[in-house]
Design a protein around this ligand. Sequence first.
Ligand code: SME
Length: 186
Amino acid sequence: MSPQTAKKKSAKKKTVTKKTTKRRVSVSTNNVKPKLYASLVVQLLSLLKGEHDFVANAANMSALLFNSLPNVNWAGFYFLKGDELVLGPFQGNPACVRIPMGKGVCGVAAQQLETIIVPNVHEFPGHIACDVASNSEIVVPMFDGERLLGVLDLDSPTIGRFDDQDAEGLNELVTVFVAHEEGLGL
Ligand code: SME
């Protein structure tokens, strides 16, 4: 191979590598989370199919989220019972059982009826620390029509782990879950 040919080949290789890297970065910024959540919706529907036991379905949903979402150390439910939230099916370390409305991230999300993303739990006044490994958190309220059923709670050891794409994806999963349970008099 002449020195000139070798030079041409190496220049060509360089261009290809650059293009590939560029495309990968753009995909990871825009599509990875929506694609993952779309796949989780399909998997959740498959898990729910033919089964209407609320606790069993909530248990499988928490296992699906815990094992499919990266950097998550706790995933599970708190259900509204009377005027407090009570621990439901979850994956992760043992957690506090009862959370009063308005207390902690879960209690505030339940009181405000809004999804709450906490980039750094150590900066959230009144945060309830169940696992010392948790550094960020997202809490999504669950509704049957207008009625609050409880919340879905996810923790991560990574600061700033959750964003609007997680909020959108988790809200869709919660909607699918609750719609499947409709008519059961929850
Ligand atoms: N950190 C939550 C309590 C529940 S655990 O994270 C599982 C809160 O502040 O409400």
